[in-house]
Design a protein around this ligand. Sequence first.
Ligand code: PA5
Length: 444
Amino acid sequence: MALKLNEKYLSAFVSKDEIDAMLPEAEKAVNTLVNGTGAGSDFLGWVDLPVNYDRAELAAIEKAAEKIKKSCDIFVVIGIGGSYLGARAAIEFVKSPLYNNLKKDTPDIYFAGNGLSGNALDELLSICEGRDICVNVISKSGTTTEPAIAFRVFRELLEKKYGEAGAKERIFATTDKAKGSLKTLSDKKGYQTFVVPDDVGGRYSVLTAVGLLPIAVAGCDIRKMLDGAAAAREALKGKADSDCARYACIRNYFYRKGKAIEILACYHSFFTMTAEWWKQLFGESEGKDGKGIFPASVIFSTDLHSMGQMIQQGTRNIFETVVDIAETGAKAVVPNDAENLDGLNFIAGESLNSVNRKAFQATALAHSDGGVPNIVLELDTKTEYDFGYMVYFFETACAISGYMLGVNPFDQPGVEGYKKNMYALLGKPGAENEARRAELLKRL
Ligand code: PA5
C-alpha cells in the first residue's frame, strides 16, 4: 500500500471504538458506491478506469505527447477546474513546482484559461514570443468561458504564426465525444481530439486524457500512474474497513463535533497544486445542501509562519489532515561551519528532510495540544505510482464521505450561479439573459 492512515495523533480526540462505531455507516456508503445505487451514479466511470482504460486511447495519448515534445518549446494547457488542476498537480508533484526551470528535454508547460486575468494572458503571450508553441485545450462541456477565451487567443496566434494547416498539427483538443462548441470547432478545423468519458466528472478526470496528455508531455510515465490507481482500487474496492473508509469516518466524526474546516497539510512545496486539486475534489463534491466540510490547505513549515498562529490558538473549528511523505529523494544537508556564528552546528550534517520530519512531529504534537486533531496519511514517495494511488484514495474517500454526509458527491449545481449572472452582465444573447441583466443592473 503506497498510502496508509496513521491514527496515532488522534487519541486525544476520538477513540478507535468511536471510529469503529461509524464503520457500518461507511459500509452503507461503500455499498452505495460499488452497486451504483446512490445519487450521481451516472458519474462512476472513474471507479474502474485504472483497469479498463482504453489501451488504444492511452497509446494515442503517448504518441501525441511524443509529437508535442518534438515540435515545441512551450506547451500551453488551456482549461479550468477539473480540466486543469489534476495535470498541474501531477507535474508539480512528480517533477517539480519549478518544472519550467529544470534542465530537461521536454517543453516548458504553461497553464492558461484558468481565470480571466488579462495580465496573466498578456504575460504568457509575451513569454511565447519567438518560441514554438503547441496547445492542448481541455473542456468537457466545451462551452466554459474562461478556456474558450484563452483558446480563441491562442488559436489566432497559432494560425497567424503557422497558418491554418500548421496550427492544426499543433492544437490538441480534449472534450466530449459528440457535443459542445469545442467538439464542433475541433471537427471543423481537423484537430486531433481526445475524449472525456461521459461518466467521469471534471474533478474525477485527472486519470483520463484530461490529465494524462499534459502529464505525459512533462515526461511522466502515465502507465505507472494508472498502475498506482489500479493498486489503490484493488486495496480499497468494496472494503468498509479500509484506511480510506476510516478516513471518511473520521472526517465526518469531526464535522459532527463542530469541526467544519479540514486543512490539508504537507511539508513540501511540490504538494501545493495537489492540495488545490484536493480542495476542488472535496469542495465541489461535499459543499451543497447547506452542508460540507470546508477544505483548506497549507504548506508547512512555510505556512506555520503565517497560518500557524490561527491553527494553534484560533477558533477551534478545524482539524488537519497531514500527508507525510516518507522518502522524497531530497539530498540537501545542513553544512558544518567552523565559526558557528548562527549557532546551527547542532544540526550540521543533518538532511533537510530529517529536519523537516522533526518539524512535522513537533507541529502535530503542538497542534494536537492546541485542540486541533491531526489525521496523518503516510505516502511512500513521490513517483507517478504514488500520485496515482493517492488520487484514487482521495476520490474514493470523497465519494464515501459525501454519501455519509447525505449529499450527491458527483454534481456541482452551485457552480452555475456566477455563470448565469456573468453571461447576463456581458450581454450574452437570449431572453433569459436579458431579463436577468435588467434585474442585476438595478442591484449594482
Ligand atoms: O469539476 C467540474 O465539473 C468543474 O470544475 C469543471 O471541470 C470545470 O468547470 C471545467 O469544466 P469544463 O471541463 O466543462 O470546461
